[in-house]
Design a protein around this ligand. Structure first.
Ligand SMILES: Cc1ncc(COP(=O)(O)O)c(C=O)c1O
Length: 395
């Protein structure tokens, strides 16, 4: 583990210890102090009776699932949320014992065996899936009931049984052997919108379904509905647990929610300058000559490209940070390398580190900036960094 100010060349974290990370041309730095602080901020924002699930699917949104999960749990997260069975197994193999909910669907015999073996907790999306689960557990004579989480579709039109059929669904799960209901939940489609109308309609549907289930006399240990945006937007959506992904990684899900808590971005992307050269006016740069030098320029080659997750569509649009200043990227971003204009920076050396996402001095470039340039969302930017980039934990 490195401190932010340490000179590269000292240590590596557990997720990249097969690499001497300091000899890497490019890497993702994961600020575990910021991660801890973000988790604590959310815990303080919640009432003491509301649990916090850190959503660590997709390799913790590209940050490295094991280190992030360990850090988030230490900072006070109560649950972990993953998308797939292998993601859950990865955490169990790392020795993590906290409850893990699989937010995606699992239904093959192999997946169900693994869920039972690794003590993961599945989402059930339909009576049919519940029946398959119970049958497979019967065939392997599984002794204790598996905690399952019932997913209702209140308007996302993704996984889950329609909220109007909630009572039948819950009854069918309740009657099956080998399954015990651990929670009922739903997911919101528009929680990051400044207009709360659809979110509140989903909330109402959830409330109606829960009231009907309670009227049957079935005890439900836990209800949950909110992602990061809903957690920040409306305390009435917190129920017994909130499922926070983006916020844990220090980004706000929407500008109108920024004021609610102070978050710090966890991820930085850095790469080294591999060569510096002077080019004459009229010289083309990179494939297709999308950039032609308008005057004599000093340019630097940086060892990171689209195969590492820097979107090629940012070519000629993005900036990077060097010596605390913003400098423009020029020409097409290539698979492993990109070029920057360093004409305005004095005394630069090959081997120096450029920040693509992160901060230097007073300057900061965030995943939100890239997302805005690409007309996409910060979630996609974070998940886009490839495994060729080692994840380096800093404190
Ligand atoms: C079911 C579910 N809950 C919670 C989350 C976390 O969402 P966010 O990253 O917006 O907090 C996700 C992420 O997509 C999800 O699919």
């Amino acid at each position: 583990m490195l401190s932010r100010n340490q000179t590269p060349g000292v240590a590596s974290n557990q997720q990249c210890d097969t690499y001497a990370w300091f000899s890497q041309r490019a890497w993702v730095e994961v600020d575990l102090g910021a991660l801890s602080e973000n988790v604590k901020q959310f815990k303080q924002f919640l009432s003491p009776s509301t649990q916090l699930m850190a959503v660590v699917k997709a390799d913790a949104y590209g940050h490295g699932a094991v280190t992030v999960s360990q850090t988030a749990l230490q900072a006070g997260a109560d649950w972990l949320g993953v998308a797939t069975v292998p993601e859950g197994i990865q955490l169990r193999e790392a020795g993590i014992q906290a409850p893990i909910l699989i937010l995606g669907a699992a239904q093959t015999p192999e997946q169900i065996h693994a869920i039972a073996h690794w003590k993961l907790q599945p989402t059930l999306c339909s009576p049919k899936q519940a029946f398959i689960f119970s049958n497979i557990l019967e065939t392997i004579n599984y002794a204790s009931p598996i905690p399952v989480h019932i997913k209702l579709d209140t308007g996302m039109s993704r996984l889950g049984t329609n909220w109007q059929e909630a009572t039948e669904f819950v009854q069918s799960v309740y009657r099956l052997p080998h399954l015990t209901i651990a929670s009922i939940y739903s997911h919101l489609a528009t929680a990051d919108s400044p207009d709360p109308a659809i979110m509140q309609e989903q909330h109402q549907r959830f409330e109606t379904a829960i009231a009907q289930i309670k009227a049957m006399g079935i005890k439900i240990p836990r209800l949950h509905l909110a992602n990061s945006a809903a957690t920040l937007a409306d305390r009435n959506l917190h129920y017994d647990m909130v499922r926070v992904g983006l916020g844990v990684y220090g980004l706000s899900p929407a500008a109108h929610l920024n004021h609610q808590i102070r978050l710090k971005p966890v991820l930085q992307v850095k790469a080294r300058i591999t060569q510096i050269k002077t080019i004459a006016a009229g010289t083309g740069v990179s494939y297709g000559y999308q950039f032609v030098a308008p005057k004599q320029m000093r340019i630097a080659v940086v060892g990171i490209g689209y195969a590492d997750g820097v979107p090629r569509n940012l070519s000629n649009k993005m900036q990077v940070l060097l010596h605390g200043q913003r400098v423009p990227q020029i020409g097409a971003i290539t698979m492993d390398q990109l070029m920057i204009d360093v004409s305005t920076i004095a005394d630069i050396q090959e081997g120096e580190v450029v920040t693509l996402l992160g901060d230097q001095g007073q300057e900061q470039i965030t995943a939100d900036d890239w997302a805005a340039q690409l007309n996409t969302i910060s979630w996609e930017i974070l998940c886009g960094f490839k495994h060729r980039l080692p994840r380096v934990g800093v404190v």
